[in-house]
Design a protein around this ligand. Structure first.
Ligand SMILES: [Cu+2]
Length: 266
């Protein structure tokens, strides 16, 4: 009876790695895996992700199997009367299991540098394509008007409906009007906090036409869940035509010039 309990507990612990690995194996086929990457830099992020997943996966499986094996082998029911071995600790072992993770982390820190620099440091030298202002609970967008300059009275103002050209580097100027938000484009492997009082550049290049999510990845208040926009990637001619249409729509409903000036000042 006691042996049965030992078997039960060890198998229960074995179920953890088995179910854990099965979950990962099934995930892609039931569409709860990484969303499709439609950016020029995303493969770098994804390969880092897979690399770290493989590394931690191997350690996870090894640890769990070892745990199972110890439960199984050292079950009290099968070792009646055997005295336990008293171990005082091993200095060598402690040094080894400190150095291995430290070296692994150091290696990862160096290995990921180029990917990080591409996404966060090598800012393209160009004027912003669009300004994105996060606020509770929407994404306010501002495109340069016909004059091509941001911050002038003819700027185009939109909400949640971001359009961008494909196969071109775009530069988003990210701001927040109230609290912390996070500009998250899962399909573009882009996630950047919007910080009140800061203008943060975000750049990327979409490679596939289509409509993708913009979500807020920072709990920003009661309406956080509905802070959802979409980014539509179209070809350059389609993008220009869309802008033209939006300019015309806005001009048709433009307020008096003084009022327009006030809007911009705000
Ligand atoms: Cu938010």
């Amino acid at each position: 009876m006691k042996r049965l309990a030992g078997i039960f507990w060890s198998l229960l612990f074995l179920a953890v790695p088995v179910l854990g690995v099965a979950t990962f194996a099934i995930a892609p086929s039931i569409d709860v895996w990484l969303p499709k990457d439609v950016s020029s830099h995303g493969h770098e992020i994804d390969s880092l992700f897979y690399f770290i997943l493989a590394l931690t996966g191997v350690v996870f499986i090894a640890t769990e199997v070892l745990l199972f094996w110890f439960l199984w082998k050292y079950d009290a029911a099968t070792r009646e009367g055997e005295p336990a071995t008293y171990i005082q600790g091993s200095h060598t072992l402690e040094v080894v299991w400190t150095i291995i993770p430290a070296a692994t982390l150091l290696f990862l820190a160096i290995y990921q540098m180029n990917a990080w620099a591409n996404v966060k440091m090598r800012r393209p030298d160009m004027p912003p394509t669009v300004e994105v202002v996060a606020r509770q609970f929407e994404w306010r967008l501002r495109y340069p008007g016909r004059d091509g300059a941001l911050g002038t009275p003819d700027d185009l103002h939109l909400v949640n409906d971001l359009h961008l050209p494909i196969d071109e580097e775009v530069l988003v100027q990210l701001k927040s009007k109230d609290v912390l938000h996070s500009f998250f484009l899962p399909n573009l492997r882009i996630k950047q906090d919007a910080v009140p009082g800061m203008k943060i550049p975000v750049w990327f290049c979409g490679t596939e036409a289509g409509e993708y999510d913009i979500v807020c990845a920072e709990l920003c208040g009661w309406g956080h869940y509905k802070m959802k926009g979409r980014v539509t990637f179209v070809t350059r001619p389609e993008f220009d035509a869309w802008l033209e249409r939006k300019y015309a729509e806005q001009e048709a409903t433009q307020p008096e010039p003084e009022a327009a000036g006030e809007l911009v000042a705000n």
